[in-house]
Design a protein around this ligand. Structure first.
Ligand code: PBG
Length: 332
């Protein structure tokens, strides 16, 4: 039983008392978003073919010079890290995605250029073959099946090449079993003990990746779907198993993806493991907000801050979002 003189019901207690003015709301706020919570995914393209991504209003594919400039601005706004995604020339895509492992490929050159120009900005790169394969899958295929162990060997080489180009964090997004341990061993063997692994641990087979596939040139390339490696959206216990395995294999941080439809997973993982959990507000989530705003149906700025704060409330240590720069400016 409560020993308070007043048992805490209306009219003694009025919840609205702490909402009367801006200053008191600020004082009692439980969660606040800061630019330091954000990772900004950017797209890069070869040569001078810089262009907007139609399905992601406000997002473009950068050439290297404009990528460097954009990163400098992001850092000045207090954003700690960017994630780089390449649109690889169609002619360089192949069955086994060999281009992914070539030192000097587009991703590696972008990493090196950004690292040289903005050394105190963290750089994240995806480890997965989909931007590099002729079929758009994250792994290699035989007889219509994605091969797990053969894919891992390639992913290890890809991760090492990216680390050698200057990547600070490698983010395996391929969902092959056992790849985290193999990548950790590969990085350590190459003397890259400090390179961090941000594992896309709970990555769901989602309809919300549509605009991203457009941005990296996989639309129309991808054959079939990714349901034999990405997770079923009805599952939650399975996400806990994925996270546990990745942590045992050496993941430093884990990711839940997509973001907003999976806040329950973020909360479970945070409570269950107490490790840094990143949320990825994916392309389709961003595009929905932009499209609605373009129709005058909602206020993009307000919706963005609300959603990003919701990730923090759910327990995320940080959020990957195409709106990172917009949010940082708004928070400025
Ligand atoms: C590639 C990858 C994808 C995304 C990040 N890395 C797409 C996919 O798995 O098909 C999606 C990001 C987004 O939609 O913003 N493995």
């Amino acid at each position: 039983m409560s020993r308070l003189p007043f048992p805490g019901a209306y009219p003694t207690t009025r919840m609205r008392r702490l909402r009367t003015d801006g200053w008191i709301r600020e004082l009692v706020a439980e969660h606040r978003l800061s630019p330091s919570d954000l990772i900004w995914p950017i797209f890069v393209v070869e040569g001078d073919r810089r262009q907007p991504v139609e399905s992601l209003p406000g997002v473009e594919r950068h050439d290297l010079a404009s990528a460097v400039e954009a990163c400098r601005r992001a850092r000045d706004l207090g954003i700690p890290a960017v994630a780089i995604f390449p649109m690889i020339d169609r002619a360089l895509r192949s069955e086994d995605g060999a281009e992914a492992c070539r030192a000097g490929n587009l991703v590696c050159r972008a990493v090196s250029a950004i690292k040289a120009a903005v050394p105190d900005l963290g750089i994240v790169v995806d480890v997965a073959l989909d931007p590099f394969t002729s079929h758009g899958h994250d792994g290699v295929i035989r007889d219509g099946r994605i091969l797990n162990d053969e894919t891992i060997e390639i992913l290890v080489r890809q991760a090492v090449v990216q680390a050698e180009a200057g990547a600070d964090i490698v983010a395996p997004s391929d969902m092959m079993d056992g790849r985290i341990g193999a990548i950790r061993a590969g990085l350590d063997g190459a003397g890259r003990q400090d390179v961090k692994i941000m594992a896309y641990s709970a990555k769901y087979a989602s309809a919300f990746y549509g605009p991203f596939r457009d941005a990296v040139g996989s639309t129309g390339v991808l054959v079939g779907d990714k349901k034999t490696y990405q997770m079923d959206f009805g599952n939650s216990d399975e996400a806990m198993r994925e996270v546990e395995l990745d942590l045992r294999e050496g993941a430093d941080m884990v990711m839940v993806k997509p973001g907003l439809p999976y806040l329950d997973i973020i909360r479970r993982v945070r409570d269950g493991f107490g490790v840094p959990v990143l949320a990825y507000q994916v392309s389709g989530e961003y595009a929905m907000m932009k499209a609605a705003a373009q129709n005058g149906w909602l206020d993009y700025d307000k919706a963005l801050i609300e959603v990003l704060t919701a990730f923090k409330r759910a327990g995320a240590a940080g959020v990957l979002t195409y709106g990172a720069v917009d949010a940082a400016v708004l928070l400025g």
